[in-house]
Write a protein that binds this ligand. Sequence first.
Ligand SMILES: Nc1ncnc2c1ncn2[C@@H]1O[C@H](COP(=O)(O)OP(=O)(O)O)[C@@H](O)[C@H]1O
Ligand SMILES: [Mg+2]
Length: 375
Amino acid sequence: MKLNRKDIMNALETISVSGEGKNMVESGAVQNIMTFGDEVVVDLLLTTPALHIKKRAEVDVMKAIHEHVHQKAKVKVNIKVQAPEKTEIKGKSIPGIRNIVAVASGKGGVGKSTVTANLAVSLAKMGFKVGLLDADIYGPSMPMMFDVQTEKPLSVNIDGKSKMKPIENHGVKLLSIGFFTQPNQAVIWRGPMAAKALNQMIFDAAWGELDFLLVDLPPGTGDIHLSIMQSLPLTGAVVVSTPQNVALADARKGVAMFQQETINVPVLGIIENMAYFTPEELPDNKYYIFGREGAKMLAEDLNVPFLGQIPLVQSIREAGDIGHPAALQEGTPLSKAFEVLTQNVVQETVNRNKSLPPTEAIKITTMAGCSAVNK
Ligand SMILES: Nc1ncnc2c1ncn2[C@@H]1O[C@H](COP(=O)(O)OP(=O)(O)O)[C@@H](O)[C@H]1O
Ligand SMILES: [Mg+2]
């Protein structure tokens, strides 16, 4: 038996890569192919360190070569993992943080925080170092969603400076504006006050090395968003919406805010939450309570990536309420949905870092810049 590279390449082209609509060769994962008689060595470069992804890639390669080239070929697969490329942060830099991704929604109550919490734990499950900054001054919900309501961040000394130490749970480092208020106390954060508190949580915190810092933004497109974007060099933003028209209209505004010339934060994509209702005992039954694929169509219309659908399921709400995000459970259809979503977010981050220079913190000095995003 004599194997040749071209046949192997053709065989690898039959493997589709989930979430990308590309085959393994097109996705750039195949780095090298070497053949020696009946032996073939395939070098792959993957962007996620998750074990099951590596395993699946290996099995897919073996199967494709055995099916399309030769049943008895001896196949060896070498896998290298490359985390999303480092975004060099200009302006006010945050050493050690590679990618800062804001999660936004036009409208409140669409599940932005729920999605963010689940994204964070899914990323951590995949092996990434993850931080989560809860910047929702109107309703910080991360302390509850991570079951750390009673914790208070301690101060640690790093190189002679005291820094706030994030609270850690489920593999995610967390700071929330909620840690600095009493649960039953009504605190009205005014713009400048909120900006100051957030600045401290960003720059005076001991985040350490992070692959991703997710930022749960408040709903809407107002002043506070400007303050946050002025202080943070965002890698990109994702926008969460339900398929419902009122939510979609606001999601459109959210995308427009990031894409505005003076702000110019890349939109990594749109997530459809509560895409359909599924009773847990009848997982094949889908009821499109809020309309069907509205957010998907919005993504197409705005020409931004569609990142995935999360169904409306009672256990997502329950898991959120007890501080144990649903994506932590292994092997359920739900954790699968969050996995697909998370892989797409990682992929879009990688794509963005390949094609665009790092985002600088936005400098908005004119009032015109401000009023433009205030609806
Ligand atoms: N996919 C879902 N299935 C079931 N309940 C959900 C889902 N997404 C969010 N929820 C619930 O809806 C409510 C609002 O979600 P939340 O994440 O707090 O929204 P937001 O941050 O956009 O205001 C919460 O009670 C949450 O548990
Ligand atoms: Mg919220």
